[in-house]
Design a protein around this ligand. Structure first.
Ligand code: ATP
Length: 513
């Protein structure tokens, strides 16, 4: 299926099966703002809990907080967001459409990358089993030429952006003859900086208000609480503070569904370390975060690291974990070595010391910070889009199935009485009443059982449990597995264990080691 069609399927499935709705849809929606529906909220909660379990509860030296969205406005002066949280925007004079200049250039590079992939596919067909991908990529002149072109462009873009040389960003767009993807026009304005923070006001009367911002990242709530947590939690370096919560960015171009939203949720962890050890911790967290992703079994080939050429004003090293979304490899998570930039800036602007007394070294210092920051909504999109499959079965019929990792599935099991009589619904409801203490369980008695199976497949429910007439005499039920569609006869009393084995955090997170 073409990538675009696949993405369209993701969008319509998310709506049709109650995962994601456009915000304020009855008023024609609000651009790049979305609501999670009855199944979406379960999936989203499960992703958040999977992260929290792995990052907070399974680490003795990491604790969580939940800081407010509104913060003292000086926070954003200190963090650099007032002065530097900008994206370079460019307008097309003919189509009147607005774009992020850096994204136009990156999309241009993605097209060259698609050519590389085409060469690889062609060669792998030609050479069959003898094909060695790594060797081909490192020796084929055409591929090397394409790669060199990408590297040169991205290096120049990185340099122009970090030098704030916006004229050169425009020059690059012109030299590459990049046209408006919608109209084909090359009639561009100059590139301008645009601050992404949403402003709001605190206070009742017009002449007595304070200008505030909706936080554009959750990290600053952690930094300003660094000493509070360290002291009250008696934390010893190295230690981490984690939180999940809403962040807001007035994105210039918000396309691609929940990939780029104006209101979204982040899951961040700031790890405080001794100065000089940050590189080592940065590498460790890169590895640990990749393992977390791989533990979900969505396929190793769908992830890659992208090391940054252009570093943010606070970082001495940064990498993204990119995921293969239906529209190509894009950032899913950032791992940043943020130095002591934030704590030092807050010391300076607040006049309060934000230092740690290291008993081993017998001295105080401002710790360095390694951050892991992942968008919950992007993770939702990654899991959801990878899980959605249209399968053709052996008998030629098709089914739509959402092969979500069972640990994240919104509903763990659906209990289905074969018919709506003979006491079967009563037994089924008793099973629901028992299992719902431990799992999110659905009950469904409408339509033929085959249709009910399909409905649960499309919702990603890993188990369907059918109560039939034999159940009346032998207390067994049929359990059907979503992915294989295998069916087994099992005792009702064993259901809890069977489900738990497949959906428990332990079963999945143990793989990280
Ligand atoms: P991008 O380059 O895609 O704009 P970023 O580098 O600005 O992202 P960070 O500031 O590093 O992103 O934020 C950390 C994570 O938050 C990102 O990896 C992403 O998963 C998520 N995120 C950032 N912006 C958005 C958004 N507008 N909508 C949804 N998730 C977002």
């Amino acid at each position: 299926m073409a990538q675009e069609d696949k993405f369209k399927n993701v969008l319509s499935h998310a709506k049709e099966y109650g995962f994601v709705f456009q915000s304020s849809e009855i008023y024609d929606g609000l651009s790049a703002v979305y609501d999670y529906a009855q199944n979406g909220v379960e999936l989203k909660n499960n992703i958040r809990n999977y992260w929290w379990k792995a990052m907070v509860q399974l680490h003795e030296n990491i604790v969580g907080i939940d800081a407010a969205i509104l913060m003292h406005p000086t926070t954003w002066k200190a963090s650099g967001h007032v002065d530097a949280f900008n994206d370079p925007l460019i307008d097309n004079l003919d189509s009147k459409k607005r774009y992020r200049a850096d994204v136009l250039i990156e999309d241009y590079c993605a097209k060259i990358e698609a050519k590389i992939n085409k060469e690889i596919t062609k060669a792998s067909k030609r050479f069959g089993d003898a094909f060695n991908r790594d060797e081909f990529v490192s020796t084929n002149p055409r591929v090397l030429g394409y790669q060199e072109k990408i590297d040169t462009i991205l290096k120049r873009l990185g340099k122009s952006l970090s030098d704030e040389n916006l004229a050169d960003v425009k020059a690059l767009i012109e030299e590459l003859e990049i046209s408006d993807p919608l109209s084909g026009s090359k009639n561009w304005t100059d590139v301008k900086q645009f601050n992404l923070m949403f402003g709001t006001k605190l206070g009742a009367s017009a002449d007595n208000t304070t200008d505030l911002y909706l936080r554009p990242e959750t990290a600053q709530g952690i930094f300003v609480n660094f000493l509070n947590v360290q002291k009250t939690g008696r934390m010893k370096i190295p230690f981490g503070i984690a939180q999940t919560g809403k962040a807001f960015r007035n994105e210039i171009v918000a396309r691609q569904f929940i990939f780029r939203m104006r209101e979204f949720e982040q899951m961040e962890m700031q790890f405080f370390v001794k100065p000089g050890t940050q590189k080592e911790w940065y590498e460790k967290w890169k590895e640990n975060r990749m393992k977390w992703h791989l533990s979900l079994g969505l396929g190793k080939d769908n992830y890659r690291f992208h090391d940054h050429d252009k570093l943010a004003h606070y970082a001495d090293a940064a990498a993204d974990i990119e995921f293969k979304f239906p529209f190509g490899f894009k950032e899913l998570e950032g791992i940043h070595s943020r130095t002591d930039f934030d704590l030092k800036a807050h010391e300076e602007f607040s006049g309060k010391k934000l230092q740690y007394f290291d008993h081993e070294e017998n001295k105080s210092y401002v710790p360095y910070v390694v951050e892991t920051s992942i968008g919950l909504d992007r993770m939702f999109l990654a899991v959801f889009s990878k899980a959605l499959e249209d399968e053709t079965l052996e008998n030629g019929s098709t089914r739509t199935v959402l092969k979500l990792p069972a640990v994240l599935a919104p509903t763990k099991a659906a209990i289905l009485p074969l018919v709506k009589k003979d006491g079967l619904p009563e037994i089924a409801k008793k099973i629901v009443a028992d299992l719902q203490w431990d799992f999110n369980i659905a009950y469904d008695e409408k339509d033929a059982v085959g249709r009910r199976y399909r409905r649960q497949d499309a919702l990603g429910t890993p188990f369907c449990i059918t109560v039939d007439h034999d159940t009346l005499t032998d207390n067994t039920v049929t359990i059907r597995y979503r992915d294989t569609m295998d069916q087994q006869r099992v005792a009702i009393k064993d259901l809890k264990n069977i489900i738990d084995q497949e959906v428990s955090f332990k079963h999945w997170l143990q793989k990280i080691g």
